[in-house]
Design a protein around this ligand. Structure first.
Ligand code: NDP
Ligand code: X2W
Length: 340
């Protein structure tokens, strides 16, 4: 199988390439970009010496044609036009947001502009989702925060153990914002400081979290989400809470989470008393999860760590690719992280 990567000079594109280089069933084909077209890849991804001399092409139909898989790692709003020209025999995996939401009004409110449509959602752990991904030729990779929050809370909602009033505070590394220049991401502003942003229900990942959790709960779930920019390059640590269902015990909660992760290759429920850290998941497709019942406040508390570029983007994209193509789900994906 041959895969093209559009947006190969960016962070998500770089992580796709790092992982695909170790994928035994996928060969790397065309690499495309925007303003960096014409440059050698090595000028933008110096950590990938084996591809350093590959030249970045313009993102055109001609460059992307003739591949079995095309990964789109482009800014929001660019994917629909590119996907349109790729036939239905090509698997198109979009790392951007264009096709994640079902609700067109929510799309227009949070992203602006017309809604491009909805593709099969690339989060295999979401109950029932694996079947929808098998044989799919279009996949919408989830946002990095929605990946973390959905994985942290779906076991509680699937088992009816939480009420639909979720509060999330999640810290992310700066690579979540991509590599293009942003004044609030200047090193001198970010180092040694953590700051909340997108506060008060304004972050565009909020409707995606609500979409996922409502589907699992079978009733509307609201999410109050506060993202925090943390002085690290990679990683998300999300603390997610919801009111406990009446009569819930800590033992029943633990049992539900143990059952939910039992057959999940990339979802690791940590031993009781061990709490997730972003360092546990660096470079890995594994999500590290812990849950407890706050009996005093009557709330389920789930904490999760992922690498935003691996499980949160490129690893998740490849996991869904494997399922769509009928390959073993874990093929080519790192289970282990990098430490210390
Ligand atoms: N970073 C993350 O943690 C996550 C990112 N994503 C999604 O992945 C996508 C890429 O994000 P990320 O890698 O972080 O962003 P970057 O800014 O790091 O990279 C963007 C890429 O898109 C290319 N590009 C920009 N404009 C155009 C254009 N007009 N035509 C063709 N190519 C263009 C850039 O090329 P050039 O260098 O030439 O400008 C670059 O290769 C986004 O949709 C993002 O939402 C999803 C989950 C998490
Ligand atoms: C730290 C940081 O800025 N993170 C990004 C989320 C990045 C991401 O994964 O979202 P999309 O795929 O939807 O772009 C943000 O909050 O906008």
């Amino acid at each position: 199988m041959k895969a093209a990567i559009a947006g190969a000079s960016g962070y998500a594109g770089g992580e796709l390439l790092r992982l695909l280089l170790d994928h035994p069933a996928i060969e790397i084909g065309a690499l495309t970009a925007g303003s960096s077209a014409g440059d050698p890849l090595g000028a933008h991804q110096p950590h990938l010496p084996s591809l350093a001399d590959r030249v970045l092409l313009d993102t055109t139909p001609e460059a992307l044609a003739g591949h079995d898989v095309v990964y789109l790692a482009l800014p929001h709003g660019h994917s629909a036009a590119v996907a349109e020209i790729l036939g239905d025999d090509t698997l198109v995996v979009d790392c951007g947001a264009d096709f994640r939401l079902q609700d067109a009004a929510a799309w227009e409110h949070f992203y602006g502009g017309p809604h491009a449509g909805t593709w099969p959602y690339g989060l295999p752990e979401l109950p029932g989702q694996r079947d929808l991904l098998k044989g799919a030729r279009r996949v919408a990779v989830p946002g990095c925060y929605p990946t973390s929050v959905t994985l942290a809370l779906f076991p509680a909602f699937a088992a009816g153990l939480a009420e639909p009033d979720v509060v999330v505070v999640a810290a992310s590394g700066t690579s979540g914002a991509g590599r293009s220049l942003k004044p609030h991401l200047l090193g001198s502003e970010v180092m040694g400081s953590a700051t909340a942003y997108g506060v008060g229900g304004t972050h565009r990942h909020t409707p995606e979290m609500e979409q996922n959790l409502s589907r699992v709960a079978g009733r509307p779930v609201t999410v109050s989400f506060t993202p925090v920019l943390a002085p690290m390059s990679r990683g998300i640590l999300a603390t997610c809470t919801a009111p406990a269902a009446p009569g819930l015990t800590a033992a029943a909660l633990r049992e539900a989470y143990e059952a939910a992760v039992e057959h999940e290759p990339f979802l690791r429920l940590l031993p009781e008393g061990v709490w997730p850290a972003t360092s546990m998941t660096l470079g890995s497709n594994t999500a590290a999860l812990q849950v407890t019942l706050d009996e005093r406040a009557g709330r389920v508390v789930a904490v999760i760590a992922i690498d935003n570029l691996t499980k949160g983007t490129a690893g998740g994209a490849i996991q869904s690719t494997n399922i769509a193509l009928g390959l073993p789900e874990e093929l080519g994906l790192p289970l282990n992280g990098v430490a210390p």
